[in-house]
Design a protein around this ligand. Structure first.
Ligand code: PMV
Length: 309
């Protein structure tokens, strides 16, 4: 039997613009994770996948194009199983909310690929797992930048540019974040599609927004490495306002962002695809309880605290 986990992720700055070639910064979120377990199944049953958190019980033979099946088959291919399908009973669970900007899909796919490889005694490399997960993301999300599979497979803070190897970064001073969930599921495909339409209709308005986000990301990386957290907070606020102008925020996200800013957070913004899902707030540790209480009063259904070292 083998078991493998993959964390969630937070995009610190740069979402959406990263699809258009701009840089973005992302970190793993280890408090929430997906876990896959692989064991020998009954003879002749083929591959079965139970995913109770997703309300799914799948037989690979019947749904070869299901993303979870694709993940398992991709892991098998990487492990050298090209011809016959082994009998495997696979289960997957996840504490990550779905369609909430925390990388739930990429985490489940990554955990499955890792667990399959480990079942066959193969220690998977982050690059191999990331490449495989990216192929599956592409089949289901259209035009992903690759940031989710990268930060989740490498499990380290990354400065990411589409199509390039990720560049790790390290915080000069601990970064204290709150991650607050609006409780509203918002599929990535929809907001990514909305930005695509906006860009096609008004390239002259969207291109400068993407470039302004890219510039904020580069400044933010320098601030993070130098421990200049006040300036980082200002850049996060600016990034949120640029995302609002792109039409990917929502009243619930704006309410949580305003609340965090109004209660002394150094900065706040939506995180991930937007439209719902999660926002992040940067704070001094002394402010944590006040901001957390205010976020819950403003409608957050869950607030997680995470530190980036
Ligand atoms: O999966 P999410 O909701 O965190 O969104 C991914 C980030 C986007 O930049 C919106 C899309 C992408 O592929 O980079």
């Amino acid at each position: 039997m083998s078991t493998a986990r993959a964390p969630g992720k937070i995009i610190l700055l740069g979402e959406h613009a990263v699809v258009y070639g701009q840089p973005a910064l992302a970190v793993p979120l280890t408090q929430l994770f997906a876990e896959a377990r692989v064991e020998a199944g009954p003879r002749g049953e083929g591959i079965t996948i139970a995913a109770p958190d997703l309300g799914q019980a799948i037989r690979a033979e019947q749904e070869p194009d299901h993303p979870l099946v694709r993940a398992v088959l991709s892991g098998l291919e990487l492990a050298g199983h090209r011809t016959t399908e082994p009998d495997l009973a696979i289960s997957v669970r996840s504490t990550l909310p779905i369609a909430s900007g925390l990388g739930s899909g990429a985490a489940i796919v990554t955990a499955l690929i890792r667990a399959v490889l480990m079942y066959f005694g193969i220690a998977p490399s982050a690059a191999d797992v990331s490449d495989r997960a990216f192929e599956i993301e592409k089949a289901f999300h259209g035009t992903p930048s690759g940031i989710d599979n990268t930060v989740i497979s490498y499990e380290m803070p990354v400065y990411f540019i589409r199509g390039q190897a990720p560049s790790p970064f390290k915080a000069g001073k601990t970064i204290h974040l709150l991650v607050a969930d609006t409780g509203i599921a918002s599929p990535t495909k929809i907001t990514v599609g909305r930005v695509r339409e906006g860009f096609e209709q008004e390239p002259g308005r969207f291109q400068p927004l993407f470039e302004a986000i890219g510039a904020a990301v580069d400044s933010a990386r320098r601030c993070i490495e130098a421990g200049e957290l006040r300036e980082l907070g200002r850049l996060m606020n600016r990034n949120h306002s640029l995302l609002q102008q792109m039409g990917v925020s929502s009243p619930e996200l704006d309410r949580l962002v305003d609340t965090a800013q109004g209660h002394g957070a150094l900065g706040a913004k939506l995180s991930g695809a937007g439209g719902g899902g999660n926002m992040i707030a940067l704070l001094e540790p002394e402010q944590r309880d006040t901001v957390k209480t205010a976020l819950i009063a403003a409608g957050a259904v869950r607030v997680i605290h995470t530190d980036i070292e």
